[in-house]
Design a protein around this ligand. Structure first.
Ligand SMILES: NC(=O)C1=CN([C@@H]2O[C@H](COP(=O)(O)OP(=O)(O)OC[C@H]3O[C@@H](n4cnc5c(N)ncnc54)[C@H](O)[C@@H]3O)[C@@H](O)[C@H]2O)C=CC1
Ligand SMILES: O=Cc1ccc(S(=O)(=O)O)cc1
Length: 484
């Protein structure tokens, strides 16, 4: 049976406590994950600290950049292995993982290596009170040992989105992958060894959150900063842990994102865009659209078109040709999503599409499948309109005016992303300016340039990462003032 080991100080480390890693598609056991206890987490943090003072800490930026490019190249060279590992762990369609997860996993190393190579720091000349001059210039130093706590929805992509810039800035990392998806973080350990990243720079500790590796890592006093992607409630627990020692956090949390469709939109493009934003990755994307607001003149036509799209999506295993929708990540998450399906019905929803569990053949019957689901007719106070479901579902409501839809979009504690569909650029800009989110897409969704700022407003996060914004978190900026 496959064993998923911790990766500490350049070595794969087994422990006595293991748990099963199961495939979401049919629930078969993929392998055993070796859970890190407090001792292993401590060893990983100590190794990361030692590496900061060793070869890695002394390395030139040029050499660091070279090594990170080598990491990216090695991921691409082994992309079939990464792809198989990611598909087994998540059950997502092969087409999705091969076009998004794995290439982005590699790109995250190259892009941030190039940014650190090219980004300047500021200098200011100043007059001094004695009539002389002084020169200020800034130096960026690594923050130190970074704890990286990851979710399961885009395991390699979201982990490297943190590890790439952290290492580019000269930090060392201890990664805690989600307990649901241990494979690609472990495989990345092999890549790090192969290309010559010094021991202790990249460490992986497996396990759960509370009273396990996640908590041990975030409470460890040797961790200088914590970057986390996951649920808002978990963010609260991690923030409490980070308060001890006043350590900085960067949080990418949940969302309840609105899609806004104006009557003057390019109808077919809007339908295709909302289909993707609601159902891609089986709705398990923090940027996904779970609330759709459609201007009244095209409301009925839009609902009918989205229903046709949802019912046309092919549900099935990763390797089947033409599959659009995989399973949910776990039995527990399926229960959560189905409980929202029940609540929607109980609160008076009209079920336009789906609403249940598809019949799957053979062993797939043990998997965590749900139907793409659309509701209408609910008030804004309904559970599935207020709370993040993180499944393949959306509620569609009509609106009349621009002002009204902006108020509807903003009436949430979250503030991650919005997608707006209109041919009127003036309207698009007015909406973009007023929606309380970190990311606003116009006539598009999940179109990412890694140099741009990414993060959530309100309850959807703290801080921005991406491009030079990542440097703000992963480095300490020191001003040097020389009296000339
Ligand atoms: N804003 C963003 O960029 C993204 C946000 N998410 C959010 O993530 C959620 C789904 O991911 P999940 O993995 O279920 O999130 P989660 O919050 O349950 O778990 C995320 C990670 O935190 C760890 N963890 C849990 N409790 C912990 C604790 N007390 N201390 C330390 N670590 C702990 C888990 O083991 C896991 O590695 C959704 O709510 C989604 O919106 C997911 C992807 C991106
Ligand atoms: O699911 C959340 C999510 C998806 C993508 C990205 S990014 O493209 O790496 O910015 C971040 C979070």
């Amino acid at each position: 049976m496959k064993q998923f080991l911790n990766y500490i100080n350049g070595e794969f480390v087994a422990t006595d406590t293991t748990f099963e890693n199961c495939a979401p598609a049919d629930n078969h056991v993929i392998g055993l994950v070796h859970e890190a206890g407090a001792a292993e987490v401590d060893a990983a943090v100590r190794a990361a600290r030692a590496a900061l003072k060793g070869d890695w800490g002394r390395m030139s930026v040029a050499r660091r950049v070279e090594l990170l490019h080598a990491v990216a190249d090695e991921i691409i060279r082994r992309s079939d292995e990464f792809l198989e590992a990611e598909i087994a762990d998540t059950g997502k369609p092969r087409s999705l993982a091969s076009h998004i997860d794995i290439p982005r996993g590699a790109a995250n190393f190259k892009v941030f290596a190039d940014i650190i190579k090219n980004v300047p720091t500021e200098t200011f000349e100043m007059a001094t009170p004695d009539g002389g001059q002084a020169l200020n210039y800034a130096i960026r130093s690594p923050l130190g040992v970074i704890g990286v706590v990851c979710p399961w929805n885009l395991p390699l992509l979201l982990m490297t989105w943190k590890v790439g810039p952290a290492l580019a800035c000269g930090n060392t990392v201890v990664v805690k992958p989600s307990e649901e998806t241990p494979a690609t973080a472990t495989l990345l350990g092999e890549v790090m060894s192969k290309v010559g990243i010094p021991p202790g720079v990249y460490n992986v500790v497996h396990g759960f959150g509370p009273n396990s590796a996640g908590e041990f890592l975030t409470q460890h006093p040797g961790v200088n900063g914590i970057t986390f992607t996951g649920e808002t409630r978990t963010g609260e627990a991690i923030m409490a842990a980070a308060a001890k020692g006043v350590r900085p956090v960067s949080f990418e949390l949940g969302g309840k994102n609105a899609g806004i469709v104006f009557a003057d939109c390019d109808f077919d493009k809007a339908v295709a865009g909302i289909t993707r934003s609601a159902f891609e990755n089986c709705g398990q994307v923090c940027l996904g659209t779970e609330r759709v607001y459609v201007q009244r003149p095209i409301f009925d036509k839009f609902v009918a078109a989205l229903k046709a799209k949802a019912e046309g999506l092919k549900i099935g295993p990763s390797n089947e040709a033409g599959v659009n929708l995989g399973p949910l990540i776990s039995a527990e998450h399926k229960q959560k999503v189905l409980s929202y399906f029940d609540k929607a019905r109980a609160e008076g929803a009209t079920v336009v599409a789906g609403g249940g569990v598809p019949a799957m053949p053979g062993e797939l019957g043990h998997g965590h499948w749900v139907q793409p689901t659309i509701w209408t007719g609910l008030p804004e106070t309904a559970s599935v309109v207020r709370e993040e479901v993180f499944g393949p579902c959306c509620h569609i409501a009509p609106f009349d005016t621009e002002e009204e839809v902006i108020a509807l979009a903003n009436a949430t504690d979250y503030g991650l992303a919005t997608t707006v569909w209109t041919e009127n650029l003036g309207c698009a800009h007015r909406v973009a300016k007023q929606v309380e989110v970190g990311i606003c897409w116009i006539n598009s969704w999940f179109l990412r340039d890694l140099r741009t700022a990414f993060g959530g407003a309100k309850g959807s996060g703290i801080g921005r990462e991406g491009g030079v914004h990542s440097l703000e978190f992963y480095t300490e900026l020191r001003n040097v003032c020389i009296k000339l």
